[in-house]
Design a protein around this ligand. Structure first.
Ligand SMILES: NC(=O)c1ccc[n+]([C@@H]2O[C@H](COP(=O)([O-])OP(=O)(O)OC[C@H]3O[C@@H](n4cnc5c(N)ncnc54)[C@H](O)[C@@H]3O)[C@@H](O)[C@H]2O)c1
Ligand SMILES: O=P(O)(O)OC[C@H](O)CO
Length: 312
């Protein structure tokens, strides 16, 4: 909606023809993003060939666990070598791939980029001020996309560190569950601040082990998104953690939701991916244990507090 309002030519593809027809008429996705009006200029269609024809860039905003299937479905219609701009924040649980790795495996010639940062969709859609990282290893692709996607109140910071940005997006969801648990248990704001800070350290270790830049963990896609997701009342990951901390059952909380809660499938994938590199992720491991039923919320907090003393 924001890009179209700024004069870019935008098509929105939805896989379900009935849903696409409904959005095309009402100009609103009442189920997932209510009260945000799509400008009349946005073409809404379930026809991938029509949506993608002649596109300069393809922004892919689906849950991480759905990404491979969605890319496979639209791949035959991909517009030449237009870059993919990945908005998913997670790791594919079946392949342990980050979003750009999933696209690289399916569309090896497509240039890769990620758009990430502290960005609740409902605020961005209302043109409230926000900033994000546009990560792409190729400098020309980065510059082109930064110009294409930037908006007056949506500030973009280009970065070459695609893996660091993608890991930040995935990890912040998992750490936000832990922050919510701490809150739900009533352990106080000091504990939450400590968790966010140690979360950055945990993320930085993994980013470096994966060949990314340590400083990316302190940027918008790392610390920035951790702060938003660990404190924001609208975060699905944070509010899931709060519910678990209060003793609610995971399955019941998820059953009552419409949108995705990325940290749930990403927690075990993140831990498995880190293990391959020999990196310890105490917070993510504790969240994984809680989600898989191997630990309780109070024992998650105790496990983190009981860790051996290390230097900061
Ligand atoms: N919502 C936000 O504020 C926000 C902001 C930045 C990044 N993200 C990231 O973007 C990704 C999508 O988040 P969202 O909030 O838009 O999710 P969502 O649950 O609202 O779903 C987004 C779209 O994906 C479709 N989808 C869901 N499951 C699918 C499946 N199995 N196969 C095909 N399509 C499917 C939905 O129908 C919807 O059109 C996540 O990785 C999230 O972390 C979300
Ligand atoms: O609602 P969450 O927890 O998926 O967070 C949404 C965005 O990723 C915040 O940047």
């Amino acid at each position: 909606a924001r890009l179209a309002a700024a004069g870019r030519s935008v098509s929105l593809w939805a896989r379900d023809p009935r849903r696409a027809a409904e959005i095309a008429v009402t100009r609103e996705n009442a189920r997932l993003l209510p009260d945000v009006t799509l400008p009349d200029e946005v073409v809404v269609t379930a026809d991938a060939a029509r949506a993608l024809e002649g596109a300069e860039a393809v922004l892919v905003a689906v849950p991480a666990q759905a990404l491979a299937a969605v890319i496979a479905a639209i791949a035959p219609h991909w517009p030449g070598e237009a870059p993919s701009v990945l908005c998913a924040k997670g790791i594919d649980a079946a392949t342990l791939r980050l979003p750009h790795e999933t696209v690289a495996a399916l569309l090896p010639r497509v240039p890769l980029a990620a758009l990430s940062g502290p960005n609740f969709a409902h605020e961005v859609a209302r043109a409230l001020p926000a900033a994000a990282v546009l990560a792409a290893p190729d400098a020309a692709v980065r510059a082109h996309l930064a110009a294409l996607v930037a908006l007056p109140r949506f500030r973009l910071y280009p970065s070459p560190d695609l893996v660091g940005v993608a890991l930040g997006g995935a990890a912040k969801n998992v750490i936000a569950i832990a922050a919510g648990v701490v809150e739900g248990l009533g352990l106080g704001e000091n504990a939450r601040a400590a968790l966010i800070t140690r979360g950055v350290a945990e993320l930085a270790r993994l980013v470096v082990a994966e060949g990314g830049r340590a400083e990316t963990a302190s940027g918008l896609s790392g610390l920035g998104d951790l702060v938003l997701t660990c404190t924001g009342g609208a975060s699905r990951n944070h509010t899931l953690g709060i519910a678990l901390g209060r003793g609610e059952a995971l399955a019941e909380v998820l059953a009552a939701r419409t949108g995705v809660t990325e940290g749930v499938a990403t927690a075990p994938a993140l831990v498995a991916r880190a293990r391959r590199r020999g990196v310890e992720l105490p917070i993510a491991e504790a969240v994984d244990a809680l989600l898989s039923g191997r630990a309780t919320a109070p024992s998650l907090a105790e496990a983190l507090l009981a860790r051996a003393q290390t230097a900061e």
